[in-house]
Design a protein around this ligand. Structure first.
Ligand SMILES: Cc1cc2nc3c(=O)[nH]c(=O)nc-3n(C[C@H](O)[C@H](O)[C@H](O)COP(=O)(O)OP(=O)(O)OC[C@H]3O[C@@H](n4cnc5c(N)ncnc54)[C@H](O)[C@@H]3O)c2cc1C
Length: 414
């Protein structure tokens, strides 16, 4: 094996979270290497909102954005709601993953791919050594970005087990119509149907672990479920299954040790949301944008390490709780199946609190960790019901100063 190349930071995993973290860390002046394995699920399709697309565009990921479809109409059959809901953009993960690697290479970030990546922490030298085939890198800090395959040693907060069953289909050309997606509640869970164009159909059934076992025997079981739905939107009667039915774990998961002095987990390695939220990629972008200031603090202002670690973990916990509550509210909108085990289990998790208080309530001010000049420091923030971690700045202005100037009372919460 050749000698290891020494860098400031190794990113393990080149999904959206690892890629964005690597690019942002390079922009802060660090040397970064990305080491990744090929995806276990290259053939899946995912949908993203305009907000997620905009976030990728704002980061400057033009090649990646070019690999994402234009927005297609999205229909919904969920509780009281039915009809066209909004639009979404489609991601063919194989194409998307290749574009992520292209974004890294375009920026001269070292990228190594191998069927198996190994890593080792040496307490004596306080260095990681990560190897991909013949190549290896050493660094004092590792970004854990292996998605749901990440090793999570610390206690996790798990919800009821969810499994998604994925199937590609082909319909005769006569059934052609412009691309669209549709989502429907069914007794066992929910079905996402993608009409990708050229008669190509993709279905993703998300259900509880037990149902997945029963249904995964054949694509015919999925077609049977679809036969009870609106035939204009969920037609599979004249479709033939292409390839194998694929089963993918989709249980929400929180990493309670997402940050330490030598490792920061981003994306699904930090928190993996219920796919119902359609927000997985958005939250990956969010954590990958928060992490660089934390890493910068750990490497250049280590006296503030505890503050930075606490700052990061609290944000990860908050995102997880917020997506969990949003999911529960969405499941509660569907009344027809609430006695079914899949639905019953999801009506009380993670708690009974609303995801959002309307209107928001200002609770007071407190001294909290904030991001200042790409480092974590302390600042006085406004605490509100919807922002328990605090708002430091509004536009360019300090939030507390602005509210005081307008005569808003801000009792100290410290
Ligand atoms: C069933 C299902 C449906 C979903 N649908 C949507 C959707 O419609 N919209 C949406 O926004 N999100 C969706 N998501 C969530 C979305 O896929 C993830 O949130 C997002 O991909 C996470 O990005 P990431 O970079 O953290 O991880 P990933 O995208 O999983 O990337 C991790 C990378 O690390 C690599 N890797 C794995 N192990 C190792 C290792 N040991 N060493 C090195 N590299 C490794 C992997 O091959 C992969 O390339 C869905 C998730 C599931 C489970």
């Amino acid at each position: 094996m050749s000698n290891a190349q020494s860098v400031d930071i190794i990113v393990q995993g080149a999904g959206p979270a690892g890629t964005i973290a690597a690019i942002k860390l390079q922009q802060l002046g660090f040397t970064v290497a990305v080491v990744t394995q090929p995806s276990r699920y290259p053939t899946v399709i995912e949908g993203i909102s305009q907000r997620s697309y905009q976030a990728l565009e704002n980061i400057g990921l033009q090649q990646l954005c070019a690999a994402i479809s234009p927005a297609v109409p999205r229909y919904i059959d969920w509780g009281e709601r039915s009809g066209q809901a909004n639009g979404e953009r489609l991601i063919h993960r194989e194409v998307f993953n290749a574009a992520l690697l292209a974004e890294l290479r375009q920026r001269d970030i070292a990228v190594q791919t191998a069927a198996k990546v190994t890593r080792q922490w040496s307490p004596a030298s306080e260095q990681w050594r990560v190897a991909a085939g013949e190549h290896s890198f050493t660094a004092p800090l590792l970004i854990e970005a292996c998605g749901r395959q990440a090793r999570v040693a610390a206690e996790q907060s798990r919800a009821a087990a969810t499994v998604s069953l994925h199937q590609h289909w082909q319909r005769p050309a006569a059934a052609e119509r412009p691309p669209y997606t549709a989502v429907a509640a069914v007794a066992q869970g929910w079905l996402w149907y993608v009409h990708a164009g050229d008669g190509q159909i993709y279905t993703q059934l998300s259900c509880g672990g037990d149902s997945a076992q029963t249904l995964s025997h054949s694509a015919a079981a999925i077609a049977e479920l679809a036969a009870n739905l609106d035939p204009q939107l969920f037609a599979l009667d004249d479709a033939s299954a292409r390839g194998e039915l694929l089963s993918r774990g989709a249980t929400p998961r929180l990493n309670r040790a997402a940050a330490s002095r030598h490792l920061i987990a981003v994306g699904d390695a930090a928190l993996a949301a219920d796919p119902l939220s359609g927000n997985g990629i958005y939250q990956s972008i969010s954590s990958a944008l928060i992490a660089p200031a934390v890493v910068n603090t750990l490497l250049t202002a280590p006296d503030r390490a505890e503050l930075a670690i606490d700052f990061y973990q609290k944000r990860i916990n908050h995102l997880y709780q917020r997506f969990g509550r949003l999911g529960r509210e969405f499941y509660a909108d569907e009344q027809r199946f609430q006695q079914q085990p899949f639905w019953r289990q999801r009506l009380s998790w993670p708690d009974a609190q609303p995801s959002h208080v309307q209107p928001d309530q200002i609770l007071g001010s407190a001294l909290r960790a904030v991001v200042e000049d790409d480092l974590i420091s302390r600042g006085e923030v406004v605490i509100t019901a919807n922002h328990p971690l605090g708002i430091w700045r509004i536009g360019g202005e300090l939030a507390c100063e602005r509210l005081r100037r307008h005569g808003t009372p801000l009792p100290s919460l410290d």
